[in-house]
Structures are given as structure tokens and as C-alpha cells.
Design a protein around this ligand. Sequence first.
Ligand code: ADP
Ligand code: MG
Length: 575
Amino acid sequence: MDKSKEDSRKIHVLGEDVSRRIAAGEVIERPFSVVRELLDNSLDASADEMSVYLRDGGNSSIRVVDNGCGMQPADLKRCYLSHATSKISKIDDLDTLSTLGFRGEALSSMAACARLEVVSAVKDGLHPAHRLVAQGGKLLSFAACQGKSGTIVDVSHVFFNMPARKKFLKRSSAETMMCKIVFLDKAMPFPGVVFKLFIDGELKLFFERQSLLHRVTTAYNYKEHADIFSEVRAEGEGFSLVVVCAGPDLNRKDRKHIQVFVNKRRVYEYSLVQAVEYGFKEYLPGGLYPVCFVFLQIDPRLVDFNIHPAKKEVRIKNLPLIHQKLVALLKSFFAENYAFAYENRLHQARRQDSSHAMAVSFDHLFPDSALEDKKAITAQIKSLSVPEAGGKPAADFSYLGQLWKVFLVFSTEERVYFVDQHAAHERLLFDRIKSSPGAMQKLLFPISFEVSDEELAVLETIIDNLKAFNVKIQRIGENSFEIQALPEKLHSFPESELIAFLRSEKGTVEDLSRELYARAACRLAIKEGEEIDELTACELFKEVLSLTHPRCPHGRPLFYSMSKDQIFKLVGRNL
Ligand code: ADP
Ligand code: MG
């Protein structure tokens, strides 16, 4: 081996300057990291007002001004050194940590890869303000100066000594965007703190002191919809949860506004995002996501933030418990509060007056074997078409007719309703199948089917879950299976759809049974385009009104309704 190559393989310890810059690069990824760390410091200093000034997306300079506790001159002189912190002194302190920072690496990283200027003064008025300037890890100056209590930190020339990193800085608009996201993440869990963001001299965001709900709705432009947001709370052993969320009518096509904060830090903890999705599942159609901000406060002994240089990741000891609590909180909140108040009142009124009982039982629409061929069901709906004596719809609503063969239109004294006939029937069938799917019945002719290797891997994991709700599958060859038994009510569910289901679905017993029942109900419900007689329409409507959550199994609302008041207003008429 030639000498120079041999030398290059020898191990040597990196010089302090190089290792310092490498470490700095881990904390300071781009300008937004500076914004994050400086805001953390201001919050840790108990400031209740802070302003961020960005120049050129932070590529030129980032300044954060706060009215916090400030630093005495001796502390200020040390703050830019590696591992200099006032927040912990021994490792056990992590167990009782209540501050955002604790590593003592932020200011030192900025001093290592940028120019850092800090002016600070404490509130006691005994010490004058001082200014410290450091760059490339070296102290450039330190002297008394004019200044109010609090701290001003200026960071400029970011990555001046790391050209490779500097090359990767993006256009100022892109860096600004990222800084803005961090700014919002910081402002969200501190609604009692005033936050201002100035971009190239202009005030772009300003949050006054406000409630948590208003902080969320102001920050994410939901101000106009603030009244449909709620704040709900729950507690468990060692943790408490505050959730700010909108009802299911406000939703998005992405998960951007499902956000989780743990001990006031934004974290990307998938399990908790998933818990939110589960909580909303019955209220939102697939592909739509809620607006839901989760603020979790955990006993510091049960949580470890010391696993990611930017503290984006977190290890939580009692995560499954918190997950369950969050799902339960959301579900019970919707069950209690998201019922349609008006429809409920109507339902109660009707219950008190049993003379509205219909002559023809609605059960005809839903025969016991709910999954007979759809034609048979349609025939049964038709067979209800001659109203018998007393079979007029209840007096408190009128059926106005079918619209575009899709909607059934009803009116009451106060409202008009457009009911989606397919969705409504589907939901009611679904409820019936779900509440009594029937016992396991062996198929006279087992249905065999093949799966690909990928499908096989999934199917194997769900066989037991399927069996738990009476769908019995047996492996009969390397990639072949046989459906041997089904719950009674799924017997006439078409083979091809059953196989498609088994090839594509996975999940818990609850997920799987729900999906299969939903598919069966969808297939058997009356479709748009089909005609429906008055009596049947009225029966459907009555059942729909009795639901606490009038949504189809996939979350779509079953009807749209408008009040008389709204309609009068729309045409400029006084009631
Ligand atoms: P850490 O926040 O992990 O302690 P930093 O490098 O961010 O480390 O800050 C070092 C120390 O400087 C802090 O522990 C704190 O004592 C002090 N400090 C930093 N910023 C401020 C500020 N805005 N107000 C008061 N003290 C500050
Ligand atoms: Mg810090």
C-alpha cells in the first residue's frame, strides 16, 4: 500500500474546531433551527412577549427580542460555550425537566457556525446590560452597553465557515416558509405569550394573549369558524390531555392540521396522530382528515426527549394508555356533542306520541337475512308502496318527493331536508348487520381463492381476527385459501367481493368486521336512480332522524338540511 493511502487510514482524533462544527451542524440544520432554539430560550426565560425578525428568510439574519429574565454579565459571558446551561446540572435533573432546552448546545452551535450577538440584562436593575459577540467559536467582544431588561439575540452569516451547508440554503421564500412553521409550532402551546413575526421589516404574524382555542384558530386561519371548535380535556395517570378540534364538517385532504404537542413541544408521534384519526373515523369519509390539535402534558419521568438533537422525537413510557385515552375522549365527545340538536328534539317529540306508529312495519325494508339479493330488497321496498289505513307519514314532517332520483326531500315546520337515499339506507342496513351479524354458518360449497405473495403476508396476519367475527378461512395450498364459514347474514354477499375484501384489507377485529359489514350494506342498499314510494321514504326518514350521528359507514352525512330562517335570509325576506 502506498504511504499516503496508509496514512489516510490511520485513526486520529478530530481537532476541536472540526468536531465542534460537525456538532453545530446537527443542531443548526438551517435558519429555522435558529428560530426554534432562540424561541425556546426566550420561553425558558419566562418571557411573555417575543418578536422574531427575519431578513432574507433568515439567510441574512435572525433576531429574537424577548422580555424574559435576562442574563447577568457573568452568565452572558459563558452562554456561548459548549454545554453551557443553567437548566440542568446532573443527569437526574432530566427526570424533573420543565424547560424546553437542557443541552446547552444552541448558542454554542450558533457561535460555531455563524456570528452570534447577544445583548442581555436582568430585571433587578443592579447590573447594566452587556453585549457579547462571538463568531466561528471565538469571543470577539464583550462589554457593557445600553439595554432594557430581557434579551436580544442576533444571528447572522449562518454557515459562513461551512460552505457545503451554505450551498444548500434555499431561496429566501422557502426558508421563510420553514421559519414560519417553526414560529407557529412554538406559539401554539403558549397562548398566554404574545408572539410577533416580522419578515423583512414587515409585521406578518401577531398573536395577542388569548385562549388556547383562539390561538389555534387565529394561527391557522380558522378565525371565522372558531365557534365550531371545541376544547376537550382528559386526564390519566401521569398525564393530561387538552384537545382543540373542529367538528367533522371542517376537514382537510391532508394530515397537516392534526398536530401533537408533548410538554409544549411539537412532535411527530405517529401513534397519537393515528389515535386522532381513529377518534374521527366514524365521522369523516376516507381521504379526509380532521383539524385537531393535541396538547399532551406528561410527567417528565415518563418521557425522554434526549433522543433527537432537535427534540422532534420523543419516547413516551405509557404511550398505549395515552393513545386509548385520546381515542376514547374524541369518541365520547362526538357522541355527546355532535348529535344534531334539532333532529334529536324532533325524535324525542315523536317518541312521546306513539300514535305515529306506521301500519306497515319498517322491518320489511330490512328483512332478517339483510343480505339477500338486492333485487329482492328492492321488491320489498316496492311491496310497501300501498299505504294501509293509518299509514300516512307522521304529522310533523311532510314528504315532498324524490329529487333527481338521488335525494328524498322532506319538510318540517322549521326545516327542509335533502336525504341521500343510498347513504341513508346503507347506514341503516349497516347498523342492523353490525348489531346482529348472525352465528357462524358453514358454507355448503367452500369458496377457494388464490393470493399473491404480498397478499399472503397480510392475509396470514388477519386469519385469527377474521375468525373472531365468524369468517373462517383455511389455507389449502401454498398461495391458496378456502372460505369455509361466514356469519349468517353475509351468506349471500357476492363471492368476488368477499375475495376482493380478503385480498386487500388488514386491521383489528373491529376494523375488519366494520369494513366488511360496510361493504355488504353498501352493496345491498337502494341506489341512486331507483324509485322509492312515499311510505318507504317516510320510514327511512324517521329512522335517519333517530340516529345520533347521521352519517354513512364511511362518514358521509346522510342529509343536508336548511332552516326556514336561512332560506328566508337567502332571498332577503323577513320571517
Ligand atoms: P440550553 O437552552 O440548552 O440551556 P442554550 O445554548 O440555548 O442552552 O442557552 C445557554 C444558556 O443561556 C441557557 O441555559 C440560559 O441560561 C441562557 N440563555 C439563553 N438564551 C436566553 C434568553 N433569551 N434569556 C435568558 N437566558 C438565556
Ligand atoms: Mg436553549
